[in-house]
Design a binder for this molecule. Structure first.
Ligand SMILES: [Zn+2]
Length: 173
């Protein structure tokens, strides 16, 4: 497993529609494992492939709880929300691609997701609580959508402006 460099806002890959995975092969499994390694290194709960510069519909999540010995690790190709609750939940979110900023996002409280697992097998997952927010956040990444898009326009524009300025300072030294 390899830790890969993160794509940080305003990297254009973060705004692209990611391509579906055709076959879950060794390359995709390698990608999933690298993503898990990168996510853990950065202490995130989830990661989408565009966040390491790969425009493919792949996400990983680790919502394991210290009090719960059962590991809660997911590796998903082509995840798709097939049902969402009318109930909503408001949660504070952050993103490894937008370091230093957080914001309150309202989403359906529970969702059902279908996806291909690391063996290419069709699976379904029901999620609520933190996991529901996490999987929706990661699937948004595959559609070029970021959590800041749910914030007020003023707040979103302020974050984009600051991140763009930081990127310029990094580039120019
Ligand atoms: Zn994110």
């Amino acid at each position: 497993m390899t830790i890969r460099p993160l794509s940080i806002l305003p990297a254009p890959v973060l705004r692209k529609l990611a391509e579906p995975v055709i076959t879950v092969d060794d390359d995709i499994r390698q990608l999933m494992n690298d993503m898990l390694e990168t996510m853990r290194h950065e202490q995130g709960l989830g990661l989408a492939a565009p966040q390491i510069g790969v425009s493919l519909r792949v996400i990983v999540m680790d919502c394991s709880d210290e009090d719960d010995p059962e590991p809660m690790i997911w590796k998903m190709a082509n995840p798709e929300i097939i049902a969402a609750s009318d109930d909503t939940a408001r949660m504070e979110e952050g993103c490894l691609s937008i370091p230093g900023y957080r914001g309150e996002v309202t989403r359906p409280a529970a969702v059902e997701v279908k996806y291909l697992d690391e063996h290419g097998k069709q699976q379904q997952m029901q999620a609520d609580g933190l996991l529901a927010a996490c999987v929706q956040h990661e699937i948004d990444h595959l559609n070029g959508k970021l959590f800041i898009d749910y914030l007020s326009r003023i707040k979103r524009d302020m974050i984009i402006r600051k991140m763009t300025k930081d990127a310029r300072i990094d580039r120019d030294g």
